[in-house]
Design a protein around this ligand. Sequence first.
Ligand code: FAD
Length: 518
Amino acid sequence: MQTNFLVIGSGISGLNFALQAAKKGKVTIVTKKKLIDSNTNFAQGGIAAVLDQTDNFEKHVEDTLKAGAFHNNKKAVEFMVKNSAAAIYRLIDLGVEFQKENGKLSLTKEGGHSHRRIAFVGDYTGKEIERILVKRVKEHPNITILEDAFALKLLTQKSFFGERTARARNKANNLALPVMSRSELYNKTCIGAQIIRGNKIENILADQTILSTGGVGQLFLQTTNPSIATGDGTAMASQIGCKIKDIEFIQFHPTALNKNTFPKFLISETVRGEGAKLVNEKGENFMKNTHPLKDLAPRDIVAREIYQQQKTGQVFLDIRHKSREYLKKRFPQIYEKLKKLKIDMAKDLIPVTPAAHYECGGIEVDLNGQTNVKNLFAFGEVTCTGVHGANRLASNSLLEALVFSNQVAKNLTPNQKIKQTEFDAPKILRKNSKETLLAEKLKQEIKNIMWEYAGIIRNLKRIKKEAIPKMEHIAKELKKMNGTNQEIAETSNMAITSILILKAAYKRKKSIGCHFVE
Ligand SMILES: Cc1cc2nc3c(=O)[nH]c(=O)nc-3n(C[C@H](O)[C@H](O)[C@H](O)COP(=O)(O)OP(=O)(O)OC[C@H]3O[C@@H](n4cnc5c(N)ncnc54)[C@H](O)[C@@H]3O)c2cc1C
């Protein structure tokens, strides 16, 4: 099969790109479950943007840099913030109905923001965006959708980047990626991906391949991310030589519901934005004296404080001062979910705990989504644009996914240069094969190791001496298998991505943002 643009992943970034690229050429979307299965579909709070006359770019930029511990790429932050309002209005044009009051967009607040600047749809913003984007891509004649299609690996050819092209790229590159070395000039070109569909392997050749495979939450025992978030994109990209950056910065959301749900159900930060307080078992509002922004301090700070408080008891959110009518209307999804679990948020305290939530780093890309492999682009949570620095500011991730996928769509054109090529295909193993059962077991081990060693507080000696060798052993076990399938490949991707995170965490000796060293 051949296409102009191969999009791997169907969250906000992949679908948003597909709709725009389809005006220029044929788009094929492959996604490993159904179209809606994505982190996007779980997003609750909203999208940050400068939409109010009393707000301004400088403040949003400053809040983003502060939350990111100034480890961010300022140019990328400015670029994102300047394009924030346009990204929201594009969604509105597509049919997303953000909440309004008196004809004006209602704006809410989350941790680390100095202004109310988050556009939202109830407490199910992501679900509504995903619903509209899915509807639009299904209607488009130039878009082919392959569901239950698992991207196994990226296909490459050796190529010569061209010294002149490389020099021009380096010059135009305002993100200041390191100048391409001579060895990088003789780089690989990505020409598509190998896919598992049913029991078959298929090669999809593409002029341009785009990774929009989302995050890595499933690498950790406790996470808010659904089962798709297994770090496949990072692993696949690293296997063909893509640069990976800042991957040690895993954001732990402070307020996942402390109940046995899979994944952990999130109690959106907008609940605190609308006045909820964090309290311990003694009823003390412990954030009051911890940070000037109190309950709305950046996530890394709140998560660590909860972690400390949990050594002596449970932690809760308290929003009982709001009326039932208000809570039902403002947080319909959360209200109903809690009700099912026999928690009445108008009367009861809500037990919360931190959980792995967001990958701040990832595949290094420039402002145009270009990786260091020719014809391979990436955007969304799988990337490191430098926007989030060492810790993401709330509601900046949907924004980043939109702004950068818009930018890639603007610049790409079909080039029709791919020649048919033969590729080896691995044997597909049965779902109940002994290898698959072993992979399932190893998946669980990976989650335990990552939670223990790469969690909220890290010990570098233990990462080096215990976690890395354990993870490398798991990766070897998986590599030895004489065939593959989705379960085995996902587990293998989890091991590869975990090793990248552990090694990067070990290298960073000092605490910064969400990398906190014991
Ligand atoms: C509970 C929750 C609440 C959140 N709330 C907010 C919020 O309020 N505001 C905000 O800005 N951000 C929020 N986020 C973060 C935000 O939702 C994500 O960062 C964003 O949706 C990522 O979009 P994406 O397009 O990069 O990836 P995703 O939406 O995760 O999509 C990734 C896609 O790639 C597919 N895929 C992965 N691997 C493969 C493979 N090997 N082969 C084929 N397909 C593959 C997946 O199936 C999926 O379709 C939240 C996240 C969670 C989990």
